[in-house]
Structures are given as structure tokens and as C-alpha cells.
Design a protein around this ligand. Structure first.
Ligand code: FAD
Length: 770
């Protein structure tokens, strides 16, 4: 194997050394600035509570593996966990978390107060409304887990050097060549930064932005106070508190204080750089809340108290992967003890096999737009991540930093009363308040009605009946120039088609999984425009591009609309010299021309299942394009429409969204992108039609058959043209037969659903072809 240097012997660096050496890469050197293995990093002070359940399947899996592995190594106390609720909203949230556990394979149960008190007799049960019990959760002694993994790695040939601070990263022609310390150089083919909260400093040595923010939170240990080792770990999220036992003492952590971002330069220079002096004032209300929940704590003194530093990111996910700008330089940071072994396994597999075995797109180091790397952005969003550690976040809650990326149409959208959501920094209209609501809107449950409006129904119906304008600017656009062989080798479909053709296909990874779905428009012999899913696609194309092929992300310099609906042709025809007749401009074709004075690229395709075009131009012409279409649209009843309508229409047409409905783990047959191959897949992305109760899943809910969890929902929306709620879900192929009845877990309810033939709307695509 190659020569690998790992920076950091915390729990992540040690786990990675273990995983790499287990795969036969034994030339591994792990360097730490501190002494081994109490290095002074976050792992040295972590109380090691592991709560596996997470809305993210990936994060839950990383945690599950961590539990399995550390249990095997004798570094896990399976005491179980109890999360208590003291409000109805929290109890509902616990039911939702129970659902995530069902979806991702972490069994749990929702208990009433009496059952909670049986598990945890010290609780004041009059305070609580219920609890979530996860028997397989527990405690990891982090330093011991680091040590045990390091010992295994050492036995296979790795070496660990303490008191060895890395001071520089060496590189040649865009490739890492090693690391430097004060006394020595360590040559390496690959360098992995597992420096935890010091990640940004190591990144700076390599010229690689590492967008995390070190922040402190409070942790105390009481004098003997009636605890005992078998007690489950406990969370009281309504007061931002967690508890564990140390023998008869309690360890109590609190996030209930003002966020405390830490400057690396201000860390103490002693043996415990990630341990800051305790701030007792800030702990007062936490202590009061702790005593309220566990009355036996009253009067107990504190044996130890500090503000401990660890890493937070803008979206709460870790930073994993190889830097886009420096080959061979990898990062595994902002990883909790909870996910340490899982993250290390995933990264080791990725390094050795060139492909991660599980979907890691949420965690990818390269997932950010340039603006999202701005220190101010990282800081403000990471602070929100901190304050929401114990929150009840709705998946559509807007982030604290807005208007980072706006399309040129933004001022017009504001005039039209757009209500915006955010994705990847983009402001995206969800609906427009100036559109009228339907006369008799369908009832909808409170949770799914957040960040939602009945106006979506108007927008969806008028798209099918008349014509609507959608902002497609946030879609990633990539310009590729060079011989077609490059794209032919990279995408699944045949893109060596005549100039003027558009192909909707996908990027397979080495194992045939769906890395992304893309539209490839051939604008010239050697000129292509791709519609893709984000910076990871740009990165993938660049990594694979040979000399002579240029890959340019043109997203920010361009903009575009989707103009869709039966009246789209009549609307656009008088505005352009391009012949838009059905015969001259067929489905899946692209033409360049003008609309009014605006130079445009028109792609005849539809993500919503109606006649129409995606129309792109340079950002400078954006407003003119919008105004031209808007004015001409008056006589055709043109309306503006947002993401809510879009999602409803796309699901009616069975159009998959990459990242939500499918990922690199799914093959194109399972995902329904290609008709079944030789071997029928064992599971399928399947269309479900729900009984219309007003409950509307949002995605990630468990699917049950015969009372057993068999899969999970990916996307869901009300389909107004089909008159029913629709959900797409991964379920076993044996069940993916039209007519099969299943149930979807939604809070404490079970929603009846039936497998349906898809697409539900216009299955022959007649409306698209006219
Ligand atoms: P670290 O353990 O910080 O290791 C990074 C290493 O890099 C350090 O040893 C450091 O010395 C070394 N290093 C840095 N710069 C250099 C350099 N230039 N040269 C050489 N070496 C360098 N997580 C949970 O899952 N559950 C919990 O209950 C929990 N509770 C926590 C409570 C507190 C008070 C704190 C502070 C954190 C808690 N965490 C918890 C978070 C968890 O501790 C960390 O996420 C985890 O330990 C990070 O591990 P790591 O290996 O990435 O980082």
C-alpha cells in the first residue's frame, strides 16, 4: 500500500489507522502534537455518550458501526439511552425519532412516564410526558477506544508518534508529498488530517479550507450523588442537558448557554488545550434544571467542571474526503465519538477502493459552494448548529444566513410575494403569496404545514392547465468542452448523439451506483452543457477530465427558467426566431437563439411533465428574460410557481431527485432509472399512494408491512392532479407490486398506503410530446 501519514491520534485518527491497516495498508504513521493517548484533544475529555438515532441514514449507520465495533473491542458499555420529553412537542419529536430508528435499523420504544421511571428511578416522573428508550445505545471510553485501535494498528505495522506537532504540509504539482515537523519530514503518498478542532489550522498549511468552528460546551462531574453504572445515558433536550453515570457520580453536559466559539490561538498552551476554564455563571440555570429532573442532585457538589472544546460545522455533518484542490490530502474531521469508527471505516474504504461503500454526500468535504466556505458563514451557521443540538428542527427550517446566492430574478420574485426556502445557499421560491389560494384547501397536519402554503395547489394546477414560470437557476450547470469521448466514458447513457440533442442520464460510480443524475445537452461537436446536482459533480468531472477537456462550473454566471404548461408554445413562439413547432423542436432537443433581445439556450425537457422548455442565459440578461416572458405571458395566464408545486408535479410524474430518492448506493435498476436488468433487484424505489387523512410525510419515515419495518420514504407530496398524497419509498421488490398494502409511520400514527403503477400522471408522456 501507499505511505500514509495521519495527523492526530484522537479517536478518529486511531480508528482510521486501525481500518487502513486492516485493509492491508500497513505503512501508516500517526503523528500527534500531544502525548499518546491522552493527547489533550477533544477525545481526551469526551464523556462518550452514543445516541445512534439521527434523521440522516448515513449518520445513523456511522453510529451503528461504531457501537458494533467498540462492543467487539470491549470498549462499549451498552447501558441504553433514555431521552425524556417534558412537552407535547418533544414527545411528538420522540415519536418521529422512533421512526428514524425504524427506518435505519436502530430499534427503540416510546415509553410513558411510569416506564421511564422504572428504567431511571431517580427521575421526577411528574415532570415528564414520556421518553424514547434505545437499548443498544451506550457509552464509549474514548481514550481507551483510541488506545485499543492504535494497538491493533501497531500490531499490523503502523507507528504512532506523540509529542510530534505537524508544522507544514508539503506538495508538488497539486499532489501532497508529505508533512513537516520541527525536526523531521515525513514523506507520504497520502496525508489524512484527523486533527479535530485543529482541522482549519492543518487545512491552512495545505491551502485547503476546512469549514468547521471550534466551540466550547459545559461539562461537570458531581461528587457521589446516587448514580450507578448500569444507568442508561439520559437526555433532557427541553433543557439542553445530558447525563451519564460515573459510578455513583453524575456527569452532566449542557448546551444551555450562549454559544462559545473559540479561537485556536486562545486555547490554553498546557496539557489540556481543549479544556477551557469553567464559566459557573453560565451553568446556573442548567444546574437548576438538572436538579428539577433528578431531585437527588440537590445539594451535590461538583468534583470537576470545565468548558470542553469540539468542532461544529455549518450543517452539522462531518467533513470527510479528499480535498478537491490537493490530491492525496484527506480530511476526517468534525466527527463525534459517536460516529468515529463508522467515519473511519467509510474513509478507509474510500481511500483504498476509490469509492465509499455507503452514501457520504452529506458529509463530503467538497459539498460547499465557495460562499459557504467564508469564515463568517461557517461561524454563523455553526453557532446555529450548536443552539439546535437539542432543538426540534423541522427539515424546512431556514438557516440563519440568507441571501447568500440569489438568482437575477430575485427582485421580481420579491415583488410577486415569493416565500423563499434555502438550499445550498440559494434562495428558492417555495410559493408566491400573490397567487390566490384554492377555494377549499385540503386540511394538512401541523408539522407538514410548516413552511408550506395551500397556494402550492393553485400553482400546481395552473401549471397543468395553463403555463407557469419556475426558477431553475439553482440547478448546477457545467460546461464541458472537448472530445465527446470524455463524457461518453463518464456517463451511463449514449451522449455521442447529433448536435442539438439532450440526454437525461446519470453518472455511475465504479460499482455502478448512481453518483448523480444529469442532463447532457450537446451544443456543438465538442461543447456540452450539463444540468447536475452540485459541487460534487463538478469535482467528479474535473478529477476525471483528461488534458484537452475543460470543465467549467457556469452556474453562478448563468441563470434559467422552466417555462412549463400547455400554453408554453403559444407564449414563447412570438418571442423567438427559433422554430418551436412540434416538428422542428422535439422533445429532448436543444437550440440556441434569442428570446426578445436575450441570447438563450432552450432545452425542450420537462421536470414536471408538461410541454415546455428550460431556458438559460447569462446572468446579465436574467431580468430581461424574466420580464420578456412575464409580459408576453399575460394573455396566456402565465403564473409564477415555486418548489412546493414543483415537488408535487415531479412526484406525479415519478421524477427522482438525486440525493433524496437515490444516491451512489442505489443502482439504476433499483432506482427505476433503467428497466430491470438480467437480475431483478432485491429492492426498489416504489410509488405509494396514501389514504387521504391530512397527514403528509416529508421523507425518511419508516414503511411497514405486516407490522415490520421494511423500508423508508424518500420524498412525498400531495398530488393534486391525481387527487391523493404520493410517497416514494424504498421497499423490497417482493412488496413492490401494485396493490400491495403497506403502512407509513408518521409520528404516533400509521398511514395506509398502496403500491401503485407509476408514473401516476400521464404515463405515456403525451403532454410532453405535443
Ligand atoms: P481529537 O480527539 O481532538 O483529536 C485530534 C488530535 O489532533 C489531537 O490529539 C491533537 O493533539 C492532534 N493535533 C492537532 N493539531 C496537530 C498538529 N499540528 N500536529 C499533530 N497533531 C495535531 N462526542 C460524542 O460522540 N459523545 C459525547 O458524549 C461527547 N461529549 C463531548 C463532551 C465534551 C466536553 C467535548 C469537548 C466533546 C464531546 N464530544 C462527544 C465530541 C467528541 O469528543 C469529539 O467529536 C471527538 O473526540 C473528536 O475526535 P477527534 O479524534 O476528531 O479529535
Amino acid at each position: 500500500g501507499p505511505t500514509v501519514v495521519i495527523i492526530g491520534a484522537g479517536i478518529v485518527g486511531c480508528a482510521l489507522a486501525d481500518e487502513l491497516t486492516a485493509r492491508g495498508w500497513t505503512d501508516v504513521t500517526v503523528l500527534d502534537q500531544g502525548p499518546l493517548f491522552e493527547t489533550g484533544g477533544s477525545s481526551s475529555h469526551a464523556p462518550g455518550l452514543v445516541f445512534q438515532t439521527d434523521p440522516s441514514r448515513t449518520m445513523t449507520r456511522l453510529a451503528r458501526y461504531t457501537v458494533e465495533k467498540y462492543a467487539e473491542l470491549g470498549c462499549f458499555a451498552p447501558v441504553g439511552s433514555l431521552e425524556v420529553a417534558t412537552t407535547p412537542a418533544r414527545l411528538a419529536e420522540l415519536h418521529r425519532r422512533f421512526g428514524f430508528g425504524q427506518s435505519w435499523g436502530v430499534p427503540s420504544s416510546v415509553l410513558d412516564p411510569a416506564a421511564c421511571a422504572m428504567l431511571y428511578p431517580l427521575l421526577d416522573k411528574s415532570l415528564i410526558t414520556g421518553g424514547l428508550y434505545v437499548p443498544s445505545d451506550g457509552l464509549v471510553p474514548a481514550v481507551r477506544a483510541a488506545q485499543v485501535q492504535a494497538a491493533r494498528a501497531t500490531s499490523r505495522g503502523a507507528r504512532f508518534l506523540g509529542n510530534t506537532a505537524v508544522t507544514g504540509i508539503t506538495a508538488r504539482s497539486g499532489r501532497v508529498t508529505g508533512v513537516a515537523t520541527a525536526d523531521e519530514e515525513f514523506p507520504a503518498d497520502m496525508v489524512v488530517s484527523c486533527a479535530g478542532l485543529w482541522g482549519p489550522a492543518i487545512g491552512a498549511m495545505a491551502g485547503v479550507p476546512v469549514p468547521l468552528l471550534p466551540m466550547a460546551h459545559q461539562f461537570v462531574r458531581t461528587v457521589p450523588a446516587g448514580a450507578s453504572d448500569g444507568l442508561p445515558i439520559l437526555r433532557h433536550q427541553d433543557r439542553d442537558l445530558y447525563f451519564r453515570a460515573y459510578g455513583d457520580r453524575f456527569g452532566i453536559g449542557s448546551h444551555r448557554h450562549e454559544p462559545m466559539p473559540v479561537d485556536l490561538a486562545d486555547l490554553p498552551g498546557d496539557a489540556h488545550p481543549s479544556k477551557l476554564p469553567f464559566t459557573p455563571e453560565a451553568f446556573k440555570q442548567s444546574w437548576a434544571a438538572a436538579v428539577e429532573l433528578i431531585p437527588g442532585l440537590r445539594g451535590a457538589g461538583l468534583e470537576e467542571a470545565f468548558d470542553g472544546v469540539s468542532s461544529f460545522t455549518a450543517d452539522g455533518f462531518p467533513l470527510l474526503g479528499e480535498a478537491a484542490s490537493l490530491s492525496g490530502f484527506w480530511v476526517a474531521e468534525a466527527v463525534w465519538v459517536t460516529h468515529s469508527a463508522g467515519a473511519a471505516k467509510a474513509v478507509a474504504g474510500w481511500m483504498v477502493d476509490g469509492r465509499a461503500a455507503i452514501d457520504l454526500h452529506e458529509c463530503d468535504l467538497n459539498r460547499f459552494d465557495a460562499a459557504q466556505l467564508a469564515p463568517d458563514y461557517v461561524r454563523r451557521r455553526a453557532i446555529r448548529t450548536f443552539t439546535e443540538v437539542d432543538g426540534i428542527p423541522h427539515p424546512a427550517d431556514p438557516p440563519p444566513v440568507r441571501n447568500v446566492r440569489v438568482s437575477p430574478f430575485h427582485p421580481r420574485q420579491v415583488e410577486l410575494g415569493a416565500v423563499f426556502g434555502e438550499a445550498a445557499g440559494w434562495e428558492r421560491p417555495l410559493w408566491y403569496a400573490t397567487n390566490p389560494p384554492p377555494e377549499a384547501p385540503r386540511p394538512r397536519d401541523e408539522w407538514s404545514a410548516r413552511h408550506w402554503s395551500p397556494i402550492a395547489e393553485t400553482e400546481a394546477r395552473l401549471t397543468r392547465r395553463r403555463v407557469a414560470l419556475y426558477d431553475m437557476t439553482p440547478l448546477t450547470r457545467i460546461e464541458v468542452t472537448g472530445p465527446v469521448a470524455f463524457l461518453s466514458g463518464l456517463v451511463a447513457g449514449d451522449v455521442d448523439r447529433p448536435v442539438g440533442t439532450v440526454v437525461h442520464t446519470f453518472l455511475p460510480d465504479a460499482a455502478g451506483g448512481v453518483r448523480s443524475d444529469v442532463t447532457v445537452a450537446r451544443l456543438g461537436e465538442e461543447r456540452f452543457q450539463l444540468g447536475a446536482n452540485g459541487p460534487l459533480d463538478v469535482d467528479w468531472l474535473r478529477r476525471n477530465a483528461p488534458r484537452g477537456v475543460a470543465v467549467r462550473d457556469v452556474t453562478g454566471g448563468t441563470c434559467g427558467v422552466g417555462l412549463w404548461g400547455p400554453a408554453a408554445r403559444e407564449l414563447v413562439a412570438p418571442l423567438t426566431g427559433v422554430d418551436v413547432s412540434a416538428e422542428a423542436f422535439r422533445w429532448f432537443r436543444v437550440r440556441e437563439g434569442h428570446i426578445g433581445t436575450v441570447p438563450v439556450t432552450m432545452l425542450r425537457l420537462s421536470r414536471v411533465g408538461e410541454l415546455g422548455w428550460e431556458i438559460y442565459t447569462e446572468a446579465q440578461y436574467g431580468l430581461r428574460l424574466w420580464d420578456t416572458l412575464w409580459e408576453a405571458g399575460r394573455e396566456h395566464g402565465l403564473i409564477v410557481a415555486g418548489r412546493l408545486a414543483f415537488d408535487s408535479l415531479r412526484l406525479e410524474k415519478g421524477r427522482r431527485a438525486w440525493g433524496r430518492d437515490m444516491t451512489s448506493e442505489d443502482d439504476p435498476y433499483q432506482a427505476g432509472l433503467l428497466p430491470s436488468g438480467d437480475t431483478p433487484p432485491d429492492r426498489r424505489l416504489t410509488c405509494l399512494v396514501l389514504a387521504d387523512t391530512g397527514d403528509m410525510p416529508l421523507g425518511r419515515e419508516p414503511v411497514y408491512a405486516g407490522g415490520f419495518p421494511v423500508g423508508h420514504v424518500t420524498s412525498a407530496a400531495y398530488g393534486w392532479s391525481v387527487g391523493a398524497p404520493i410517497a416514494y419509498a424504498w421497499i423490497p421488490s417482493a412488496l413492490a407490486v401494485p396493490g400491495t398494502q403497506v403502512e407509513i409511520g408518521y409520528f404516533d400514527r400509521l398511514l395506509l398506503a398502496t403500491v401503485a403503477e407509476e408514473p401516476l400522471f400521464d404515463p405515456k408522456h403525451e403532454r410532453l410530446r405535443r
